[in-house]
Every structure is written in C-alpha cells, then in structure tokens.
Design a binder for this molecule. Structure first.
Ligand SMILES: N[C@@H](CCC(=O)N[C@@H](CS)C(=O)NCC(=O)O)C(=O)O
Length: 216
C-alpha cells in the first residue's frame, strides 16, 4: 500500500481527509505519528509535525485542504469539485470558511472540555461566536442537498466532522447551539450520505473516548 496517512483517531482534519479517501475508494496505511505529533521523531518524517499528513512514494504533504485537492487530482473519479470555474472557486471558498472561520472557534473550546480546566466565560463567549459563524454560514449556502449540488464535494468534507464534534461537546460544555434551519437540514443530509456515515461510524467512538478521557 503506497499511501501512508498520518493521523490520530479524534483529529477533525484527519477525518475530513478520510472522507475523500473513502469517496475515492482508496486504501491507505494509517499510522499514528511516532512519538506523537510535534515530536522530533515525527518531524523527521513530516517537518511541520502536524496532522493529517500523507506520504506517497516519498512525496510528503500536509494540510487537509492540499491533501484533498491532491487526492482529487490523482484520483479523478468520482470528481469532487463541480464543473465550471466559478462553481469550483465557490466550493473552495466554502471549504475555507469551514477551515478558517468555523472549526477554529470550536477548537478554542477543546482545552475547556475537562471541567477542572474550564473557563466558563470563555466557553460562553466562544459559543456565541460559533453561533454567529453558523448564522453567517446559513447566509452563504444553498445546499441541494450538498454544497455544490447532488454529489458530495471537497466543499462538504469538513462540515459533518465539525458539526458532529460540536454536537458531542455542547452538553459537556453546557453550551446552547443555535442551528439555523438550513444548516440543520444540511447536517442531516450529510449524515445520510453513505461515505460520511462510514467515516462517522469510526470517528464518533474516537471522539467519545477522547471526551471521556477529559471528563472522567
Ligand atoms: N490547517 C490544518 C489543521 C490541522 C490541525 O489543526 N492539526 C492538529 C491536529 S488535529 C495539529 O497538527 N496540531 C499540531 C500543531 O498545530 O502543531 C489542516 O487543515 O490540516
């Protein structure tokens, strides 16, 4: 198996790239970063020390967005970007919204999952910001039922993971999420997609284990 995939089970961005590998019908050799990510042993293999990362015939690549674009070009079927220059640009923009606007807000709450480490005011502020970002997303999208139409595209891959993580963390953190109807319907469609469902089936237990390790 020539495609090596470095990941840890609860990594959001690893799950985002796994959706593409599954959609393309790929096989991969998934490995934990030796010594943990950020560790010097791992940095000898992947200089940034970050996850996810792929290695294929000596070619190394990090950043889920770049990985997903690369896999979409090296394995063109099924295509995961729409036809049309502007449609593709929009798909990339929506994926960037996930990576730069939505998920990073959720991430700021990870260090507060353990009750002993929680700053409740910080969590409340970040939950409000997350709700603002969801409202912003609702203004940006017209799912049909996916972001670029009937087929799952690169634009969609981050959202089911972040939404699922949020759903799992909200009761732990005691936050109220205001789901705009359009986003809620989009999340429901994502969960029904067989490829997304397959990834969530293995990803959610990993998230659960991580949450339990923080809270028990
Ligand atoms: N922009 C990156 C974000 C990935 C990310 O945040 N990875 C975390 C693990 S889930 C990481 O590598 N953290 C270590 C670090 O930032 O040094 C991507 O899309 O791949």
């Amino acid at each position: 198996m020539s495609l090596i995939f470095y990941a840890i089970p609860p990594s959001l961005y690893a799950a985002k790239s796994r959706i593409v590998m599954r959609a393309k019908g790929l096989e991969w050799d998934e490995r934990l970063p030796p010594g943990g990510y950020g560790n010097s042993i791992y940095k000898e293999i992947i200089p940034s020390g970050t996850l996810p990362a792929i290695m294929e015939d000596g070619f190394r690549l990090t950043e889920s967005e770049a990985i997903n674009e690369y896999l979409n070009e090296t394995h063109p079927y099924p295509p995961m970007l729409p036809e049309g220059l502007r449609a593709r640009a929009t798909a990339r923009s929506l994926s960037r919204f996930h990576d730069t606007r939505l998920e990073p807000v959720l991430r700021t709450m990870f260090a507060h999952v353990a009750p002993a480490d929680r700053d409740a005011d910080h969590v409340t502020r970040q939950a409000e910001l997350f709700n603002e970002r969801l409202a912003q997303l609702a203004r940006l999208i017209k799912p049909a039922p996916y972001l670029t139409g009937e087929d799952l595209s690169l634009a969609d891959c981050g959202y089911p993971i972040t939404f699922s993580m949020l759903t799992r963390l909200a009761p732990e953190l005691g936050i109220k999420i205001t789901w705009p109807a359009i986003v809620s319907a989009y999340f429901a469609s994502l969960k029904e997609h067989p490829i997304v469902a397959e990834e969530l089936e293995s990803y959610l237990p990993a998230v659960d284990a991580w949450v339990r390790s923080e809270t028990e």
